[in-house]
Ligand binder design. Structure first.
Ligand code: HEM
Length: 483
């Protein structure tokens, strides 16, 4: 279409690191913070960023600089800083010029890597698919897919909940958002497996990501991308040859026309948006469901409350899609909100500052890389007392009303709030409810949660769980006071 396409960005990591270091010399002074070279800080930022960000926040306040390798990076943490970056002064920041551009080799110029009019147009085109009534209409598909996946599990079986959910979420996204038949495409290319291969690149350590050529994680990512592209382009060609459009995202993208000259989106533009939604829409929900069931296995009284809520609402029978779309599952929603507070899947929002500003007594220069972190902001004890504790009641209607503006941002905020928020919330609610209705998931006694940071927060190495009968021991239900 006639809007100017985004300018290309180099993917050569050496060029990028070198270019950034040179660029930073020209910018001038950054906000205060730990900026001496430190290998241990660099490692800590990769393995356990909260152990760097939270002490820096305590020492320097809401805006500070952290040096990682040879690069200085500004962080903005806490309610006011989030509101500034996401809402009131969002125009001072760009997504494409920050480290979101690391996603370009896989996703191209999709929603997460574009800005300005090009982004606004794409959002406008896809918005109708994410309205409340459209999302409700996809619940039937969500239920069908979830019941199919649950049928593969048996009492006593050990399985990897994260992997199980990842496959399920991808199938749901393919069918509900794009009208793809996952079984048909699987016969050609197993998109789920290829996606896993491609995403693996983003979960290896940064120094390993630097390698290029066949056999490197980058090379394997490009090869997987090629195989996924073949399926996506074939589907686009198939739809172009059929005149009748549906109301899924792919059809909306294919029908969109430029307001001025009436030209359609190119195949490449459509592919980039589809790939971005598949990426943004399955990893995030997967990790939220994984963390939710980790917490429920550790907090049987909270689990008992959710089971009681279900029994009260559905009388012990399996809920129908329309019940799932409309039921007031208040306690489940609170448990999901609390899970997203403790483990916000998209934990960091990287940007580039394009219009310098002063905040909290410090100056952030034009050209600086700047990030907000929902994860660090959700762990501030002055905002969320005892932040390490799983307390869904923080999100009861009375308590929720007291949470300061900008304090809770698992879906970002402002004009670029997560496009798939309603879809993701509905999917988590459907999958969680159907699991809860059929079984209880137990952690292995020796298993320890180690959180992985990229591409989204998740349990490192997967989440082995054992399927048990739904009933909880009577002692737990009695102590929980909700039996
Ligand atoms: C629990 C589930 C999800 C979480 C926690 C989540 C989180 C987020 C966050 C934090 C952002 C903003 C990032 C930033 O400010 O830097 C975002 C943006 C986005 N998300 Fe989600 N997301 C979820 C599910 C989904 C789903 C299901 C889809 C699509 C099917 C989706 C599509 C997008 C898109 C397209 C954007 C970019 C919006 C724009 O730039 O206008 N997300 N998401």
């Amino acid at each position: 279409m006639s809007l100017e396409t985004p300018r290309p960005i180099s993917h050569n990591p050496i060029k990028r690191l070198g270019g950034e270091a040179l660029h930073q010399r020209r910018i001038g002074s950054f906000p205060p913070g730990p900026v001496s070279y430190s290998a241990s800080r660099t490692m800590a930022m990769v393995r356990d960023p909260l152990s760097v960000l939270l002490p820096a926040y305590r020492k320097y306040g809401p805006v500070f600089t952290i040096r990682v390798l040879n690069i200085r990076h500004v962080f903005m943490i806490g309610p006011q800083a989030n509101h500034f970056l996401l809402v009131s002064d969002a125009d001072r920041f760009r997504w494409r010029d920050g480290s979101m551009s690391d996603l370009i080799p896989l996703l191209g110029d999709g929603m997460l890597t574009i800005d300005g009019p090009y982004h606004r147009r794409a959002r406008q085109i896809m918005l109708p698919m994410f309205h409340r009534d459209r999302v409700s209409a996809t619940v039937e598909t969500m239920v069908e897919e979830t019941l199919g996946a649950l049928a593969t599990l048996e009492i006593g079986q050990e399985f990897d909940l994260e992997r199980w959910t990842r496959d399920l979420a991808l199938r749901i996204a393919m069918r509900a958002l794009f009208g793809f038949d996952p079984d048909q495409t699987k016969r050609e290319v197993d998109i789920g497996r290829e996606f896993e291969r491609a995403l693996h690149f983003y979960s290896v350590d940064y120094l390993v990501q630097v390698g290029r050529g066949p056999g490197t994680p980058f090379g394997r990512m490009l090869a997987a991308r090629k195989r996924i592209d073949r399926v996506l382009y074939a589907e686009i060609a198939r739809r172009r040859s059929q005149a009748s459009g549906g109301d899924d995202v792919l059809s909306l993208l294919m029908e969109a026309r430029d307001e001025q000259d009436g030209t359609p989106l190119s195949d490449r533009e459509i592919r980039d948006q589809v790939m971005t939604l598949l990426f943004a829409g399955h990893d995030t929900t997967t990790s939220t469901i994984s963390f939710l069931f980790t917490q429920l296995a550790r907090h049987p009284h909270e689990l008992a409350r959710l089971q009681d809520e279900q029994d009260r609402l559905f009388g012990g029978s399996q809920p129908t899609p329309s019940q799932l779309a409309t039921a007031d599952l208040a306690l489940l929603d609170q448990a999901i909100d609390e899970t997203l507070r403790m483990y916000p899947a998209a934990w960091i929002g990287p940007r580039r500052c394009v219009d310098g500003f002063d905040m909290a007594g410090v100056h952030v220069p034009t050209g600086a890389p700047v990030s907000y972190s929902s994860w660090a902001s959700h762990m501030l004890p002055d905002v969320f007392p005892e932040p390490e504790a799983f307390v869904p009641d923080r999100f009861s209607p009375q308590n929720k009303a007291k949470i300061p503006k900008g304090a809770y941002v698992p879906f970002g905020g402002g004009s670029r709030t997560c496009l798939g928020m309603r879809f993701g919330q509905m999917e988590i609610r459907v999958v969680a409810t159907l699991i809860l209705a059929q079984m209880r998931l137990e952690l292995l006694p020796e298993w320890k949660l180690v959180v992985r940071m990229t591409p989204t927060l998740g349990p490192r190495g997967g989440l082995p769980m054992v399927v048990r009968e739904r009933t909880l021991p009577a002692s737990v239900r009695f102590l929980g006071g909700s039996a």
